[in-house]
Design a protein around this ligand. Structure first.
Ligand code: DLL
Length: 424
């Protein structure tokens, strides 16, 4: 179902003209209200006819700028106009606080409502929301968007997984929203409780907030008996609902371009890359009042696809997030993304979908160890797994097979890489 057909299927010329108007509004708003942007955008008065090209002249905004302005240096409205605050988890350093006006919350609900509809949810259905409620944008973000769509919400939040499964049996939700790693844990818990996918009504999975692979999608679809789509977003831009796959295509995430302006740039040079080429996603908000963001460097690596989609939406699609530039691991000089490792692990028979990467040994010569779980004693063919990893990554990785249940289960964003270095 298309929630806002007018906007979501608008022809590209009209969309671009709308973007131009909104870009100019955002520029004016940011310059008038934020010393940070006033200084940076001094010489830029108005973007011309070719606004989408002219924006390339503007400087980028980095996560470090938000940190430097902590807590509220990017707040463009008086405090009394703020209706909500959220914060990033801060796993990679100082957290960043984000703020929303009432209008920002309404627009956010709108994009989440569109997202849920794209995923296959319909008014009158029920969503179990297993994203964490609190400062994280996942819980409340999905919640308000579901209500906007006319979907009833079970605000289960993350954790308490057996009760989560019981709620799925008792209240028969049609959709489950969670991180893919937590959905995996829910599926496993169902299995342990003797509950099969036939005992629950869930048909739609809305999974995101962390990287995941096609292999993981197949695994989750099979385990839970659902159709699973990928949802993307980030606190600095709004939260979940910046982009989502449609259930018809499941091939790239539609960005809601009437609210977010998309660029994909070479992370080193900052120059735009061609459609289909991988680069860093850069986003500009087009309607945000409380915290407008201009050319925000997300750190997320994607490629853009401007081709029309089977679902009828006309928006640009971005590929699944290949990973973040700062998730990249360097193993003996070779760049490796955890998601590449996941792809190999999930193709390997006898290995569970839970895995973890650990840096071990002395800090001067750390060794990266991949820990995988066997599904039953002796089920993992370690040699074949090592060979496949080497072929895919171009570097040898030590594999350690552990017994089922040994790898910590995720209840939110999975911690894929741990450090167990010995200081001597
Ligand atoms: O994770 C918002 C969200 C909540 C998205 C629920 C989807 C569902 P942050 O905590 O600010 O916001 O983290 C944002 O998470 O820059 C990506 O690196 C990563 N991320 C988010 N969605 C995906 C996804 C939320 N679908 C950061 N695939 C982003 C891969 C994702 N990574």
């Amino acid at each position: 179902m298309i929630w806002d057909r007018g906007m979501e299927t608008m022809d590209r010329d009209r969309l671009q003209s709308l973007q131009k108007t909104r870009l100019n509004w955002t520029l004016r708003w940011a310059r008038e209200r934020l010393p940070f942007y006033r200084e940076r955008l001094q010489n830029i008065v108005k973007l011309d006819e070719r606004a989408a090209d002219a924006i390339e002249e503007l400087p980028f905004t980095y996560k470090s700028d938000l940190r430097d302005q902590y807590p509220l240096g990017f707040l463009a409205v008086p405090r009394e106009e703020v209706r909500r605050y959220h914060a990033s988890s801060g796993t990679r350093g100082k957290p960043t606080v984000v703020a929303y006006t009432e209008r920002d919350l309404t627009l956010w609900s709108e994009v989440v409502a569109r997202s849920l509809a794209a995923a296959g949810m319909e008014p009158g259905q029920t969503l179990q929301n297993a994203y964490g409620y609190g400062l994280f944008t996942g819980g409340l973000g999905l919640h308000q968007g579901a209500e906007r769509l006319g979907v009833s919400v079970i605000p289960a939040s993350g954790g308490n997984t057996e009760r989560q499964v019981q709620l799925m049996v008792d209240l028969a939700p049609d959709g489950l929203a969670a991180t893919p790693s937590y959905a995996l844990y829910i599926a496993e818990t169902m299995h342990h409780m003797g509950i099969s996918s036939q005992d629950v009504a869930v048909k739609t999975g809305i999974f995101g907030a962390e990287p995941w692979t096609e292999g993981m999608r197949e695994h989750l679809q099979e385990g839970l008996g659902i159709q699973a789509v990928d949802i993307y977003g980030l606190s600095e831009i709004t939260g979940p609902g910046v982009a989502i796959e449609c259930v018809e295509g499941k091939n790239g995430l539609h960005v809601f371009e009437d609210f977010f302006f998309v660029e994909v740039v070479d992370p080193k040079t900052g120059q735009r890359v061609a459609p289909g080429e991988t680069g860093e996603l850069v986003l500009t908000t087009l309607s945000k009042e409380a915290m407008p963001m201009i050319r925000y460097r997300t750190g997320d690596l994607v490629s853009a696809n401007p081709e029309p989609c089977v679902c009828g939406r006309t928006s640009l699609r971005i590929s699944r997030i290949h990973g973040r530039s700062d998730d990249m691991l360097i193993v003996r000089g070779v760049n490796v993304f955890p998601s590449e490792i996941e792809r190999v692990v999930l193709n390997q028979p006898g290995v569970s979908a839970h895995y973890q990467l650990a840096f071990e040994g002395h800090p001067s010569r750390p060794e990266l160890v991949l820990e995988v779980e066997e599904t039953s004693p002796g089920s993992v063919d370690q040699k074949t797994l090592s060979t496949h990893l080497r072929a895919a990554l171009g570097v040898h990785l030590t594999v350690r097979v552990v017994e089922p249940g040994r790898i910590p289960r995720s209840q939110g964003k999975a911690v894929r890489v741990v450090r167990r270095m010995v200081e001597t």
